[in-house]
Design a protein around this ligand. Sequence first.
Ligand code: ATP
Length: 355
Amino acid sequence: MGIDRLHIQNLRNIQAATLEPAGGLNLIYGDNGSGKTSVLEAIWFLSVGRSFRTHLAPRAIRHDEPNLVLFARTTAGEKLGLRRGRDGDNEVRINGERPERLADLAACLPLQLISPESFALLLEGPQARREFIDWGAFHSDPQFIGIWSRYRRLLKQRNQLLRQQAPDHQFAIWDKQLSEYGEALTAIRKRWVSSLNDTLTGIINQFLPDLPIRVSFSQGWDSKSPLSAQIQGQLERDKQLGYTVSGPHKADLRLRVGNLPVQDGLSRGQLKLLVCALKIAQGKILGQKDTSRGCIYLVDDLASELDESHRTLLLEQLISTGEQVFVTAIEPGQLAMIPWDKRFHVEQGRVTEQN
Ligand SMILES: Nc1ncnc2c1ncn2[C@@H]1O[C@H](COP(=O)(O)OP(=O)(O)OP(=O)(O)O)[C@@H](O)[C@H]1O
């Protein structure tokens, strides 16, 4: 899985660039502010429909230009196009057609991003970890997106009834459906997390040997009780609070080292290695599925927080996935020993392939 052609127009300081990346390891190097991260941002945009740096797409559009335009051709032959306008006029195309939903882009182009901001996965609230689990659930089970969307709609409707202090009998029909979809959603998440665990343990043992790291899935409500009983039992409390306290929308991935949450028990570099292990494991499992197209890894600022031996270890793990990898770095000299398949130099928004 990968992209064999990428065209970027008017994204940040890149006026126009065309890259023909290798199927394996691609290095993107250049000085601070040259536009390296913008190349990764372009690929991310084409998968997710937005930037990983800002929720305000106009900020990514090159100054004084009305819109940004991106295009990629995947190794499966799909042509993905995206245009974001300053005036909010947006367009997405897959093989020339408008997709039914934005998630269709992600299905064509599964990505894992490792960046200095990826710490959020471990340091911030559970939402980032739910999104992490749901990435795997989405890519491994075609039913997931439909079930997840329905659950979210039902939850919104129930919360509205709670805020309106609706009489108890009005909840019965919503709660039945909410429980059914919630259980189905959780079953897919559980399957994914259990398939993740073995691969993850192997990578953690390499990255962080001798540390007793444990990863467990918390489904968002008491695991001894069916969701229907939980939701029924908490109705009075939910009414007082005006929202649904427990359920799959509160799921989390718990990570501990010994008795401590990892954010308290690991150094910055160790946390980064753990984030990398989680993301590499996700992509590896997906790559092993018969139905899967694998995934592309984007690694922004490889050197940050990691010493040389851990940088090498990380790259070895990435190479072992056999997937397409894009790595940005300021100084290519530090990475001279790595067998890059292609190297791209970025200078003031101009991208040139090096021999
Ligand atoms: N909307 C915009 N229009 C034009 N230029 C922009 C816009 N937004 C950001 N820039 C500039 O584009 C460049 C973006 O650089 P980018 O973050 O991709 O650099 P980088 O090579 O990854 O840098 P670093 O090594 O410091 O992380 C910066 O020079 C920034 O000032």
